[in-house]
Design a protein around this ligand. Structure first.
Ligand SMILES: Cc1cc2nc3c(=O)[nH]c(=O)nc-3n(C[C@H](O)[C@H](O)[C@H](O)COP(=O)(O)O)c2cc1C
Length: 195
C-alpha cells in the first residue's frame, strides 16, 4: 500500500507525525510532503526535528517540487491524508488552485477518484471554510477534523491522538493498537447488563 501524507501549517502536526509512525508499523509505504508552515508548526508544537519527522517516511518531497512522482495521476497510490489541513490548503484544494505539491497531489487524488482525507483544523469556522468543506465533501472527500471523543474516557493527550489517528486509518482498513471502539467499551457493556 502507498499513502501520501501531507503536514500543513495548522495546529495539530502531531497527528501527521503519529500517522507516519503507524504507517511504518503497518509496513505501508509513505510519501511525505511538509509545507513551509507545517515545518514551523512542528518546531512550535513538538520536540521533533524536521529530519526526525522526515525519517519516519519512505519518500520525502519538497512542497515546491511539481515534478515529483506524486504530482502525476500515473503514479499508483491508494490515497492521501492531509494531517493537519490548514484553511489555506483546504481552499487551494477546493478551488483547484494547485500552487504547491500538496495541493497538486490532492487535486490528482480527487481526479483519479482515490481516497482523500482532510484533517481540517481551525476554530471558529467562517463561511468560506464551511463552504470549502461542503464542496469537497459533496465530491467524496472525507472531512475529518481532529475532534476528540470523550466516551472513550481518554486519560492522556496520547489517548486522544491515538483514537483520532485510529479513525483516520480506519478509512484505509489499517488497524492500530489500543483503538477503542464503541461496541467494545465497558461502559456500553455495563449499560447492556443493566437493561
Ligand atoms: C503555530 C501556528 C499555528 C497555526 N494554526 C492554524 C490552524 O489551526 N488552522 C489554519 O488554518 N491555519 C493555521 N495557521 C496559519 C497557517 O500556517 C497559514 O495560513 C499558512 O499560510 C498555511 O499554509 P500551508 O497550508 O501551506 O501550510 C497557523 C500558523 C502557525 C504559525
Amino acid at each position: 500500500m502507498n499513502i501520501i501524507v501531507a503536514i500543513t501549517g495548522a495546529s495539530g502536526v502531531i497527528y501527521g507525525i503519529k500517522i507516519l509512525q503507524e504507517l511504518k508499523k503497518n509496513q505501508v509505504t509513505s510519501h511525505l510532503i511538509i509545507s513551509k508552515w507545517g515545518k514551523e508548526t512542528i518546531k512550535t508544537e513538538t520536540d521533533y526535528s524536521i529530519s526526525e519527522v522526515e525519517a519516519l517516511a519512505d519518500y520525502v518531497y519538497d512542497e515546491t517540487d511539481m515534478a515529483a512522482p506524486i504530482s502525476s495521476g500515473s503514479f499508483k497510490c491508494d490515497g492521501m491524508i492531509v494531517a493537519p489541513c490548514s484553511m489555506k490548503t483546504l481552499s487551494g484544494i477546493a478551488h483547484g488552485y494547485t500552487e504547491d505539491l500538496i495541493i497538486r497531489a490532492a487535486d490528482v487524488t480527487i481526479k483519479e477518484k482515490r481516497r482523500l482525507i482532510l484533517m481540517v483544523r481551525e476554530t471558529p469556522l467562517n463561511p468560506m471554510h464551511l463552504e470549502n468543506m461542503l464542496k469537497l465533501s459533496q465530491i467524496g472527500v472525507t472531512i475529518l477534523p481532529p475532534v476528540p471523543a470523550f466516551y472513550t474516557k481518554p486519560e492522556t493527550i496520547d489517548d486522544i491522538i491515538n483514537q483520532t489517528v485510529g479513525r483516520v486509518l480506519d478509512q484505509f482498513g489499517i488497524e492500530i493498537d489500543n483503538m477503542k471502539r464503541w461496541g467494545n467499551l465497558s461502559i456500553q457493556k455495563e449499560a447492556v447488563k443493566e437493561r
